[in-house]
Ligand binder design. Structure first.
Ligand code: BTN
Length: 274
């Protein structure tokens, strides 16, 4: 294990549960290590760099601060930690990297999102494909990337969770934070709660794919029954996901499967197609 479970944020050390996580995960993931860094550009970028350089042992990389955090669709990911709030640690940022060989990759991001919400709170919802929302506000985001090295494909699963109150950063909808649901929680406790179940969920996905998780996803589906507008302009009523995790949208011209377009919830009353 390369992480000592202790890193400096400003002057106050944060106690990270590296040892406990390593003990829980390593029996099922040989070669696994835990690493905590006070600062990095992006935990996803770093693991992708390492993978391209041939480092493909399973690893959990946690950062107390990211200088160039990345979100989906080429966006930046900002966290409260960027403002130098140090040990208050208002966000948890980590990436889990591991070689993965599923028969079918579709639905991995949904499986990851599902694992995160199930580890955290029954009231959390998922906005397809994998944003975590609470009470109409985003609470966590997931960025999955892969690197191919010969026959091996290395997956980097990046997770950012708002722990303490967040600065809205000019967003129309200010983010939610886990402390609103679990007032006593902090970033290290959140990490300990999510990582082992996440590894299990990814390993289960590798063998079984997404389809066994479909019903559980529906139980958390924020978009179900809502009128949605896809980034390509198509609108309709969200009707859950198929066995491969594609979003089903009932449109005027029939049921469409959305696999990659961004979906936003259109304001206004739900439309009536069933
Ligand atoms: C999104 O909501 O668009 C995805 C956000 C993912 C953020 C996490 S924070 C840890 C990891 N490193 C990154 O640069 N991004 C992910």
């Amino acid at each position: 294990m390369s992480g000592k479970g202790l890193a400096e944020a400003g002057n106050t050390p944060i106690q990270w549960p590296s040892e406990a996580i390593w003990e829980a995960v390593s029996p099922r993931l040989p070669g696994f290590s835990v690493e905590v860094l006070p600062e990095i550009d992006s935990t996803n970028t770093e693991l992708m760099r390492r993978a391209r350089a041939g480092q493909i042992d399973p690893v959990l990389l946690v950062a107390e601060r990211q200088t160039a955090g990345r979100g989906r669709l080429g966006r930046r990911w900002f966290s409260g930690n960027d403002a130098g709030l140090g040990a208050l640690s208002p966000s948890l940022m980590f990436s889990l990297g591991l070689p993965l060989t599923p028969q079918d990759w579709s639905g991995l991001s949904l499986a990851v999102g599902l694992s995160i919400v199930e580890s955290l709170h029954p009231d959390l919802q998922l906005k397809w494909p994998n944003d975590v929302w609470w009470q109409s506000r985003k609470l966590a985001g997931i960025l999955i990337e892969t690197a191919s090295l010969g026959d091996v494909r290395f997956a980097v699963v990046g997770v950012g969770i708002n722990i303490g109150p967040q600065d809205g950063q000019g967003l129309s909808t200010p983010p939610a934070s886990l402390s609103e649901l679990l007032p006593a929680i902090d970033a290290p406790a959140t990490l300990e709660r999510v990582v082992d179940p996440l590894v299990r969920a990814i390993q289960q996905f590798e063998v079984q794919g997404f389809s066994p998780l479909r019903a559980a996803f529906h139980g958390r589906d924020l978009l179900y029954g809502q009128t949605v507008r896809c980034s390509d302009g198509m609108t309709g009523v969200a009707r859950g996901v198929d066995a491969g995790g594609a979003l089903l949208v009932h449109t005027e011209t029939g049921l469409k499967k959305i696999t990659s377009a961004e979906v936003s919830v259109r304001p206004g009353p739900p439309a009536n197609p069933s």
